[in-house]
Design a protein around this ligand. Structure first.
Ligand SMILES: [Fe+2]
Length: 356
């Protein structure tokens, strides 16, 4: 049993602007990897401000659910880099991590990222999350699309060197983004809590994170510009990231990946809808504890915050997706037995309870 999370976490309002000297001391040539929303929420301006005087290049075309081809493209485009800065949600941060590996190891292809014996180092990574959900700023994971499927790789060298966590970037997030990203954090906390790799250290963080999301997600949805509520949700998200840095995710994440790649469902929503089923199969003290936190059933909470899945899927699709999940590594750390039939049941459960 242990705890390992080597990222320096700097937390609070204006935390980027307050650490100008620290950021400047990290190198001379910075590559910022981001998407389009960082211009609107103020995060890109803050990062550019503190990098004034340095050599800065910006890649701002990161798509949602980035494919490995984009990572390769960026690594070829910008070769002269000391530090890679990921600014945004999970997609830019995970892309930044992968790019940092390829820049440090130019002979590798993006496919090699998944062969983690092939490298030991990456360029230093800084993360500035702008959503309260992914937790990627404190993890050793990067999830990309490889050959049409969502696949993560894990390596200690991609733990960010520093995470600058400022809730103010989430103040302008839409209701849909706020809900789906918070559900991602909830999935991390719940999956990490019931994971067979959970430890007493990760459990403390997981329980706190679940309680915070239960209390503050409904409040944020009712009052989206309330800074205190937004801060509590951001805190919960970073805690949940620290949880999965210890435990990894479990079957709800594996089940959700196909809904994202095939039906365009946002990642957090796609995973969270499987949690009730995962808790039912686990059927142990921990799963009961989680349901108790939600006054008997996590479904009560989903009703309260309005969890719905606006897609349809067929029996054939379920068959295909279930076969993919059957070989996922997540099964080894998920409590309960998962046969092909039971995995199909999970999709059927989601179809009858959340789809309309
Ligand atoms: Fe996730």
């Amino acid at each position: 049993m242990g705890f390992y999370m080597p990222t320096k976490v700097l937390y609070g309002k204006d935390v980027v602007l307050k650490n100008r000297e620290l950021i400047q001391s990290l190198g001379e040539r910075f590559l910022i990897v981001t998407g389009k929303s960082s211009k609107k929420n103020g995060s890109l301006d803050d990062v550019l401000d503190v990098l004034d005087g340095k050599h800065v290049t910006v890649y701002d075309e990161t798509p949602e659910n980035p494919p490995t081809t984009v990572v390769e493209e960026i690594a070829k485009m910008f070769t002269d880099v000391d530090v890679v800065v990921g600014v945004g949600g999970g997609s830019p941060m995970d892309t930044a991590k992968a790019v940092a590996v390829l820049l440090e190891n130019p002979s590798l292809t993006a496919q090699d990222l998944y062969d983690t014996g092939k490298y030991t180092r990456a360029k230093p990574i800084i993360c500035v999350p702008t959503t309260a959900g992914t937790g990627s700023e404190v993890t050793q994971y990067s999830v990309l699309i490889l050959n049409g499927r969502k696949r993560g790789f894990s390596h200690e060298c991609i733990f960010p060197k520093i995470a600058f966590v400022d809730y103010k970037y989430t103040l302008t997030a839409s209701e849909e983004l706020t809900l789906s990203t918070a559900l991602d954090a909830l999935s991390h906390a719940v999956e990490g809590f019931i994971s067979l790799r959970a430890t007493p250290f990760s459990d403390v963080l997981a329980v706190e994170s679940v309680k915070l999301i239960k209390e503050f997600l409904p409040k944020v949805l009712n009052d989206p510009e309330n800074e205190f509520y937004r801060e509590r949700l951001m805190f919960a998200s970073t805690l949940a990231g620290m949880v999965i840095a210890q435990t990894g995710t479990t079957i709800a994440h594996a089940l959700g990946y196909s809904l994202t790649t095939e039906k365009n469902v946002k990642h957090g929503l796609a995973t969270a809808v499987f949690l009730p089923f995962e808790l039912k199969v686990a059927n142990n003290e921990k799963s009961k504890f989680i349901n108790e936190l939600f006054d008997g059933s996590i479904m009560n909470f989903y009703e309260q915050v309005g969890v719905k899945l606006p897609v349809a899927f067929s029996d054939e699709e379920i068959e295909t997706w279930a076969n993919i999940v059957l070989s996922a590594s997540h099964l080894k750390v998920t409590p309960g037995e998962y046969t092909l039939e039971r995995i199909k049941e999970a999709y059927e459960f989601v179809r009858s309870n959340f789809c309309f």
